[in-house]
Design a protein around this ligand. Structure first.
Ligand SMILES: Nc1nc2c(ncn2[C@@H]2O[C@H](COP(=O)(O)O)[C@@H](O)[C@H]2O)c(=O)[nH]1
Ligand SMILES: [Mn+2]
Length: 392
């Protein structure tokens, strides 16, 4: 369990860990053990842990870790993963959920735009995983149509306004970068050739992921016939070099920006937060979501157990819809898998790290709609259509 925010600093191993959650937070013992293990690693300077903390494959998710070494393992494969939020120029009165759901199915297929040109215009090699660009990916990546439910501060949003929240990362590119360094659990010296090569590939992956989210919203807006404007773009899986060292954020939102999104679940509110910049121990970071309460494996038996449960997996208590044909993913990503985002926000407020400025209600959540095999055949079909079009 966590300690209260006012006695949160604790020395464990070499590095201090600031826990920004109280005894009431749902924190697994394994996540605490992972924090302690990281604090004892060579070169770790300080750690900030947030109330969405939960165990990860290689380290604690929901933490920011300052280090004088590069630790690719702390970031994992989804380098640059983040949340981008956009306000849609789509009148709510004209909005029809079932129609929008049909239109957004377009996101299932590959993107038919000029990936090479977009990559090049962002300073990236044009052949950098072009086929994956503009696609959401699996797991808990999603693209969600939301409606502004509550506005607590003037941030240019109005109640009832439609929004799009995109959560995605660097797809196959990030996986390739990580797989080349996966065995280096001891990390890299930042001055070493291998360390510098990793940081260059990582820099490109962060740009790639951000471009990916931008293309996803373009695709969605085109399908919905509307305009959009960016509200915030907050990565939460990356290393940021700075004057105090290398800041590793693993499932911790970059918070040195005016507004930071905190995602809930497909059946809970998401929040927009105004960070309080006067807490250096928070390492310019914040919770990025509700955080997992139960791991994927243990969701079988917790969700979709009865027939009516299974029938309701694609509907939400807000009257919203979920587009995801992968039944197992629907179960693993069921709302019960996550902590209560309102509680997470309350913990951040109690720790004086941030204030909520708006709450957003999910209307339509698009997760990986077809299993990988179907996607491959859809891609083949799309490509052969393209070839036929070109032959005409
Ligand atoms: N609004 C939604 N939020 C969701 C959904 N599924 C997950 N989540 C939240 O996003 C974060 C992402 O975590 P990450 O560690 O994979 O980056 C997670 O903590 C959840 O709170 C959803 O369908 N809609
Ligand atoms: Mn993520």
């Amino acid at each position: 369990m966590g300690t209260s925010p006012n006695k949160a600093a604790r020395i464990s191993g070499a590095a201090s860990i600031h826990r920004f959650y109280s005894e009431n937070a749902w924190i697994e013992g394994k996540a605490e053990e992972q924090l302690d293990a990281v604090a004892a690693m060579e070169g770790i300077i300080a750690i900030a842990a947030f109330p969405d903390l939960h165990p990860g494959k290689y380290g604690p998710v929901g933490s920011a870790i300052l280090s004088d070494r590069i630790y690719p393992q702390l970031i994992g494969n989804d380098i640059g993963c983040g949340m981008s939020l956009y306000a849609l120029d789509l009148p709510a009165r004209k909005f029809r959920l079932d129609k929008a759901a049909r239109k957004l199915r377009l996101l299932e297929g590959v993107w038919d735009g000029d990936a090479g040109a977009r990559l090049a215009s962002d300073g990236l090699p044009p052949d950098l995983h072009p086929n994956a660009l503009g696609t959401i990916g699996g797991g808990n990546h999603f693209c969600e149509l939301q409606v502004v439910d509550t506005v607590l501060d003037d941030i240019g949003l109005e109640r009832g306004q439609l929004m799009l929240l995109v959560h995605s990362g660097s797809r196959s590119f990030g996986t390739e970068v990580f797989s080349s360094v996966i065995d280096h659990s001891g990390g890299f010296d930042p001055d070493s050739e291998t360390g510098q090569a990793y940081m260059e590939a990582h820099r490109q992956a962060v740009l790639w992921a951000s471009l990916n989210r931008a293309i996803i919203v373009e695709r969605a807006a085109r399908a919905l016939h509307c305009d959009f404007r960016p509200v915030c773009n907050a990565p939460h899986n990356l290393i940021e070099p700075g004057p105090r060292g290398l800041l590793h954020r693993k499932g911790a939102a970059k918070a040195d920006m005016p507004i930071v999104p905190l995602a809930g679940s497909r059946d809970a509110l998401s929040y927009l937060l105004k960070p309080n910049r006067h807490k250096p121990e928070a390492l310019a970071s914040l919770a990025h979501g509700a955080g997992r309460k139960y791991d994927r494996r243990s969701m079988t038996g917790r969700a979709g157990v009865t027939r009516s449960d299974r029938e309701n997996l694609s509907r939400t208590s807000f009257g919203g819809l979920v587009i995801c044909e992968d039944r197992q993913l629907l179960i693993e990503e069921a709302p019960q898998a996550y902590k209560d985002p309102a509680h997470v926000v309350g913990q951040l407020q109690a720790a004086r790290l941030a204030e909520p400025v708006a709450a957003l209600k999910p209307l339509l959540t698009f997760k990986k709609a077809t299993p990988e095999g179907h996607q491959a055949s859809a891609r083949k079909k799309w490509n052969s259509l393209g070839t036929r079009r070109a032959e005409r």
